[in-house]
Ligand binder design. Structure first.
Ligand code: FES
Ligand SMILES: [Fe+2]
Length: 356
């Protein structure tokens, strides 16, 4: 039984990843070939030649102008996936066509619409959730992508419950207050968003923030999660020296340091996940030393999760039949996320798109 919701937009890559080279990535079990046309637009099509299924991303396949030439026997495809030439004959079989994918570039991401092959649908780009900080001149961004050998739902669980920072990420972003402070959770079924908030009024400043902001005192630390299943996860992080004024009614908040932590959670297969991560900050903008520190430090934190989730998935794989879990208050966000994800999976099986 699939766990992957279809008729959904997923992040396939960063815009910077796709150029005039053939780029392959498996998204939701579908091997997809991405490349940028001379016009600058991205084409996305099946990464399997219709002839003998040779991967079109594999050498010596190549891009020739705006066509893709299969490196095995030379079937050649246009940017719309249609075959424009085959070797040894003039007649091109009518069915010689690659399936193509809708692509939309926004906020430095390349989003791809993964339709349900039984009930194909067209994606509406206006419904892609936004992460505007990723491409804003007012923010400096560090980002990357790590593969994880786990079902994507384990990463959702991980990100929805940040109390694990205290244990898994101690010495980086975790301090005792994260695990000690209760959360508030809201599941907005109509808008398909889950909110989890944890506001720590008097907390230790972890190295991740003390080194990047220069704060040496205790802090107030707010973590406000906003997850739009299945793919986009935002963590609005606000750090301010203890005693600094709260944000103004108009939203201005000059005494605080803001980081917008963005994850795109994209299933590669049922048992592997693309973990896109980014930290966009509104302080030390353009400061290369801070950028280098946060890039290194955040990647370390991400890798701590990757290692833990690889281990967890392996352990779960050894369970003979289903397994019991025990949920507590900190799991409210994760449980809400599971419920909304299941709704999306069920909807894609029925061939309907859940409207939000
Ligand atoms: S497999 Fe591509 S041309 Fe034969
Ligand atoms: Fe983590």
């Amino acid at each position: 039984m699939t766990t992957i919701a279809r008729n959904q937009w997923y992040v396939a890559a960063y815009s910077r990843d796709i150029g005039r080279e053939l780029f392959s990535r498996t998204i939701c079990e579908e091997p997809i070939l991405f490349w940028r046309r001379k016009s600058g637009h991205i084409s996305a099509m099946s990464d399997r030649c219709v002839h003998r299924r040779y991967p079109l991303s594999a050498a010596p396949s190549r891009l020739e102008g705006d066509t893709v030439v299969c490196g095995y026997h030379g079937f050649t495809y246009g940017s719309d996936g249609s075959c424009v030439s085959v070797p040894g004959q003039a007649r091109i079989p009518r069915t010689a066509r690659l399936s193509t994918y809708q692509v939309y570039e926004q906020d430095s991401f390349v989003w791809v619409w993964i339709a349900d092959s039984n009930y194909p649908t067209v994606g509406d780009p206006t419904r892609i959730p936004r992460a505007p900080w990723m491409a804003s001149p007012d923010y400096t961004v560090v980002s990357g992508m790590e593969p994880i050998a786990c079902n994507y739902r384990l990463l959702v669980d991980n990100l929805m419950d940040l109390s694990h920072e205290t244990y898994l990420h101690g010495g980086y972003i975790g301090t005792p207050e994260v695990a000690e402070t209760p959360i508030t959770t809201e599941v907005d079924e109509d808008r398909n968003v889950i909110y989890v908030s944890r506001h720590m009024d008097d907390a230790e400043c972890p190295p991740f923030y003390s080194k990047s902001t220069g704060i040496e005192t205790r802090i107030s630390r707010w973590q406000d999660i906003e997850y739009t299943p299945p793919c986009l996860y935002l963590l609005h992080s606000r750090i301010a020296p203890l005693g600094a004024p709260l944000p103004e009614a108009d939203g201005s908040d000059v005494h605080a340091f803001h980081s917008e932590i963005v994850y795109a959670i994209t299933p590669e297969t049922e048992s592997s996940t693309h973990d896109f991560w980014a930290v966009a900050r509104d302080f030390a903008v353009g400061d290369d030393d801070v950028t280098a520190y946060l890039a290194e430090s955040n990647r370390t934190v991400v890798m701590q999760d990757v290692v833990a989730l690889d281990i967890l998935q392996q352990a779960l794989n050894t369970e003979k039949t289903g397994y019991q879990e025990l949920s507590i208050n900190i799991d409210a966000g994760g449980l809400g996320a599971r419920r909304l994800l299941q709704k999306l999976v069920d909807a894609s099986r029925l061939g309907t798109e859940v409207s939000v």
